[in-house]
Design a protein around this ligand. Structure first.
Ligand code: NAD
Length: 275
């Protein structure tokens, strides 16, 4: 699919680790829609992943930045504006990590140093990304800044752990900064609440296969894939959504508004031995 709806737009894409990453798919889609962009990830991730392959494929440069470092972020904007020859039209923040999840600590048994680290990486970095842009006046009017969220921000998913709190903060930052940046420069700030997706970060959540399957069964359209998510991101970077801001937008095949479905009920009753 290519309709050049991002022709002439300049962007920054955070979080492409490998070819399964949502950010990787967004970069491929943005390229085919005519955008130019800079790719970025944490220095340690650059050593592990295959981002250079993506850079080559999309004719982009890679600028390392730890999204928790304001200094790195300012350097990233400066380099991106230099490389792309002007201010930025879209930013994708596709970053998430919980040390408690990684180390198998339960929600009610958190190591608070790890909690703070995860909050900084997964949520406060979104604020830092916006504030660094604000201070450098790095965004064009009607620029679009997107973060990626999950429905555990609103509802309990038993093993999503402290990432649920991180996503709630992320969505709140989109609303609050969306107000300030909208007033100042008509910049749009939104989050997309995406279906469970098979990626490195997604699969790290305990019981991920169950989340994935249950959501797929319950959603009338089935789970949205990383490619579907990329297409949705492209619409939100485009001029077709200029008045959409401060929203958390569910992109989940209908999951968020379902109660129960015939398939899920049948499976449940079978498992209970009742039909
Ligand atoms: N996969 C899912 O099921 C799912 C569902 C809903 C939302 N999301 C969200 O989508 C986003 C992208 O995740 P993904 O599923 O593509 O997984 P992923 O593991 O491919 O991407 C996560 C990225 O975060 C980067 N990152 C971690 N710490 C960083 C730091 N300090 N500075 C800069 N970057 C850092 C990683 O290097 C990686 O590239 C995350 O916000 C995630 O929570 C994922």
């Amino acid at each position: 699919m290519s309709n050049s709806i991002l022709k002439g737009k300049k962007g920054i894409i955070f979080g492409a680790l490998d070819s399964k990453s949502i950010a990787w798919k967004v970069a491929e889609a943005a390229k085919s829609e005519g955008a130019e962009f800079v790719l970025t990830n944490a220095p340690v991730a650059l050593r592990m992943g295959g981002i250079n392959e993506l850079a080559e494929k999309t004719s982009s440069i890679v600028v390392p930045a730890d999204a928790t470092s304001v200094e790195d972020l300012k350097n990233l904007y400066a380099k991106a504006m230099d490389e792309l020859g002007g201010k930025i039209d879209f930013v994708l923040h596709s970053i998430g990590m919980s040390v408690n999840v990684r180390k198998g600590r339960q929600y009610y048994d958190q190591n608070y140093d790890w909690t703070m680290k995860g909050m900084d990486v997964s949520a406060i970095s979104f604020h830092k990304t916006l504030q660094a842009a604000w201070e450098l006046d790095a965004l064009n009017e009607y620029a679009s800044v997107l973060g990626l969220s999950y429905i555990a921000a609103q509802r309990v998913f038993h093993s999503y752990n402290d990432m649920a709190d991180n996503k709630a903060v992320l969505e709140s930052i989109a609303r609050s900064f969306g107000y300030h940046y909208g007033k100042r420069k008509k910049v749009r700030v939104n989050t997309i609440s995406q279906s469970p997706t098979v990626t490195t970060a997604g699969s790290g959540v305990k019981g991920f296969d169950g989340f994935y399957q249950f959501a797929d069964d319950l959603s009338p359209l089935g789970n949205a894939s990383a490619d579907d998510c990329a297409n949705y991101c492209i619409t939100l970077f485009s001029d077709y959504t200029k008045k959409v801001t401060m929203q958390n937008l569910f992109h989940d095949g209908g999951f968020s508004f379902m109660g129960i479905s015939a398939d899920v009920m049948d499976n449940y009753m079978k498992a209970k031995g009742e039909n």
